[in-house]
Design a protein. Sequence first.
Length: 196
Amino acid sequence: MESGTIDFINMADGTREEYELLERHYRPFSAGLPERLMTHLKLLSGDLMGYKIDRFQHSLQSATRAQRDGAAEEMVVAALLHDIGDTISPENHSELAASVLQPYVSAETHWIIKHHGLFQGYYYFHHLGGDRNARDRYSDHPLFGACADFCERYDQNSFDPNYDTLPLEAFEPALRRVFDRKPFGDHVGAASRSSW
């Protein structure tokens, strides 16, 4: 085994020493997740896609509203990242954002972000021939109200070019704290390890 690289080309052939080496490489890569998330958020800048602000400003504005509303820190971070999947997964961006967050947030926050796209449709699906009440399939779910509330208070109203939106740097400490948690630690609860 060369220093710094493994010898195997098939994972089934790896040794304990090789996997320990890979783990040593993985730890700092994993610790760099907040920087990569901030870089990826900035990819939402530019194209207005017909709105008055771009998706980056929308994300910042959502997080700003959540923070000013006194939301829990992980919800502020979730509001910041809720549309991070728009660039590479526009048809299921909610699920992508929820997957990024899942190891670091509560089951409740994960569920809200995973379903926010459907719940956001309440405000516009009917204008495009869809069912604005499609979210009602979850009407008996204990987090129905929380997800509807997230969309009403932090998402559907965060397209205002005149809103006093905080910069990304204002959220960096919270982002680092949330993503510094042990993945799938006690903060997520048993429900996040399975599914709602």
